[in-house]
Write a protein that binds this ligand. Sequence first.
Ligand code: CMC
Length: 438
Amino acid sequence: MTANAVLTLPDGQTVALPVVVGSEGEKAIDISRLRYRTGHITVDDAYENTGSCRSAITFIDGDRGVLRYRGYPIEEVAKRSTFIEAAQLLIWGELPTTEQRMRFSDLLTDNSALPEDFRRHFSGFPPHAHPMSILSAMINCLQAYDLPGQVIDDEEELERVAASLISKVRTIASAAYKSSISEPIMYPRYDMKYTENFLHMMFSRPYRDYVPSPEATRALDLFLMLHADHEQNCSTSTVRMVASGQANLYASAAAGVCALWGRLHGGANQAVLEMLTAIQTSDVSIHDYVTKVKDRRSKVRLMGFGHRVYKNFDPRALILKKAADDLLDQMHVADPRLELARQLEAVALADDYFIERRLYPNVDFYSGIILTALGIPVEMFTVLFAIGRMPGWIANWAEIHRDPESRIYRPRQVYVGQTERPWLLQSQRGGSSEPDPV
Ligand code: CMC
């Protein structure tokens, strides 16, 4: 039997609202009929407390630091899986069989190269263009090269388009980087797995092959896997919003890239490294920096700290912190910014400001250290996040697309602007007065 919540309105009217319970026991009050029944809407600035959909993909319990992909704990995924297997898990809901894994792997390989004339689009961007702007434009552009993929009407076609997007996003990303440093764009290799192939396209040159170490490949694969989905974050919600209007997968994914770009979301990984570098190269002490961060008037934040959902710790940050330690040891790299990050973390975690607000390091705090050790330039960090998040965006797009009950997303608002008023003639508006138009 469905339980009800009872809401009493200012005029004394009471209304019973169904309580929906998720599979992990999360309770939500269904207000979808509230306006119809009472004339009231609900308001929740920045969606602090709004469940925007029902989803079966990823579960987060932010108070306990729990993250699961399709029921599998992130720690287990990180230990046992690969980015591509996690992608299949997210999009199709189950761990793939050997046959499914091999078929998808073949599709990734077959779809890794960009159409030859597509490559010329890269030269249309100025050299200083941010790779995120190139990435979003190019993903949108891809749909023009895949007209059948704009209408996905079965799982087989979804598999092909998903493989194409997951594979090509990495080819586009490396091509954007190569263009930005005026080096020839590298073709993907048919004998390399996903992550190794990406590193090859980033760092090989026509006259010299780059062969990444297994440690480097594994660290990057882990980075991608940990970013693969994170339920209704800013970019995924954007993808769902666009998808709900029945936009195709390419257009929805391109919108996701744009939403990811901001410094409070995926752009934070770049911002963290820039922050660490700025502290390291200035004479500002950690103590002074933290003092500045705590002063609201400074508008400076400790980048890589805090999360809307995690109020305990971000399990991805714990995994990445260890991975950063291991990678720097294995590669014999001594990056002073890792030590600085450790000190910043220790100072912040012991400080009442962060304790009271329950601010902990998030996934972006340590990821930049790993990417730097791999030789990835800082402007590419958010692009790497986008490559990682692509399976999550596809899984969320598919969840909407498969749902026969799906409807367009269309939030309401509380209007706080001017009420109706008379038109002002030019002569009534102040400033230099021109004659009123006849
Ligand atoms: N440094 C200093 N103060 C902070 C920080 C921070 N990083 N994060 C939150 N606060 C303070 C904030 O000033 C506010 O204080 P007060 O109560 O005195 O006004 C309080 O904590 C609550 O902050 P909020 O901005 O209301 O929290 P939010 O849930 O809206 O924002 C956040 C979440 C992640 C945008 C925010 O914590 C932040 O800006 N962090 C830094 C950027 C960052 O690392 N982003 C990556 C997020 S994780 C990966 C992803 O989503 O892509």
